[in-house]
Design a protein. Structure first.
Length: 267
């Protein structure tokens, strides 16, 4: 059966659909030895040989779902042109081709979801604007109540002091805070904290939808159980229902009027 190339590539675990589209546009996808650059192109995964970024797209019916607790200073991709550590360095023992769904900052640590289920990955990326996420953030200086309320309003979320067991005393000079938000607003969080005079020193994503980073040691991964996958799917479907795309404002057309004919008078 014919399928779009980006779907075949994502199902094979080579890349997400969004990244697959970039591969197609850049001429890195071939079908039966012929380069294809059209996004609407299709192929039969059972009969045609599809290659993307030098890899043959082999579709497996067995889906893999992994939760990794990414250490800081690790690129949340499987390859890095600068030679920095990537997620691949920690995927020891994973024979299937999996890819991360979404990104986490290089300097940040915490929960990262990886899979070879292209359909779930695509739906999760679409739902990202409404998926709940929880971060622990360590900042310079203490944030007062007025600033906390302002941040919560700007982020459309919650932020409060975190009484972590590893905190240095009851009132540390550079404390940790828990931030509960939906969507990708890490840059907005960093910018506003910096503007308030509280630059971020450390950042960890503790929860991503129903996934909890505390269930995996830092630098390790584990496979999700069937109930955990089902719970994640429910969270993604709920977020998709909550997500309302922002429509661009359309300037109304001016009502048509007959063109005025200028008649010169003969004097």
């Amino acid at each position: 059966m014919l399928e779009r190339l980006q779907k075949i590539i994502s199902r094979a675990g080579i890349a997400s659909r969004r990244h697959a589209e970039d591969l197609i546009r850049s001429g890195q996808v071939m079908v039966n030895g012929v380069v294809v650059t059209e996004l609407g192109a299709k192929a039969d995964p059972e009969r045609d040989r599809v290659e993307a970024a030098g890899r043959v797209a082999k579709i497996s019916d067995a889906h893999v779902y992994l939760l990794m607790n990414k250490p800081p200073e690790v690129v949340s991709t499987l390859a890095d042109p600068e030679g920095r550590r990537t997620l691949r360095n920690f995927l020891v023992g994973v024979s299937e081709r999996v890819f991360p769904v979404g990104r986490l900052d290089y300097a940040a640590g915490g929960a990262v979801f990886l899979t070879n289920d292209g359909d779930l990955a695509s739906r999760m990326l679409k739902a990202s604007a409404s998926l709940p996420q929880t971060y622990w953030v360590k900042v310079k200086g203490r944030i007062n109540e007025t600033e906390l309320k302002s941040l919560a309003h700007l982020l459309h979320g919650k932020i409060f002091p975190l009484r972590a067991p590893h905190a240095a005393g009851k009132n540390p000079p550079n404390p940790w805070y828990e931030v509960q938000i939906s969507g990708v607003r890490r840059d907005l969080l960093r910018r506003n904290l910096l503007a308030m005079g509280h630059p971020v020193e450390k950042l960890r994503r503790m929860k991503l939808a129903s996934l909890d980073a505390d269930t995996v040691p830092e630098g390790h991964y584990r496979e999700l159980s069937a109930p955990e996958v089902a719970k994640l799917v429910r969270a993604v479907e709920f977020a998709l229902k909550q997500h309302k795309p922002i429509l661009a404002a359309v300037k109304p057309r001016r009502a048509w009027r007959p063109r005025r004919v200028m008649v010169k008078s003969n004097k």
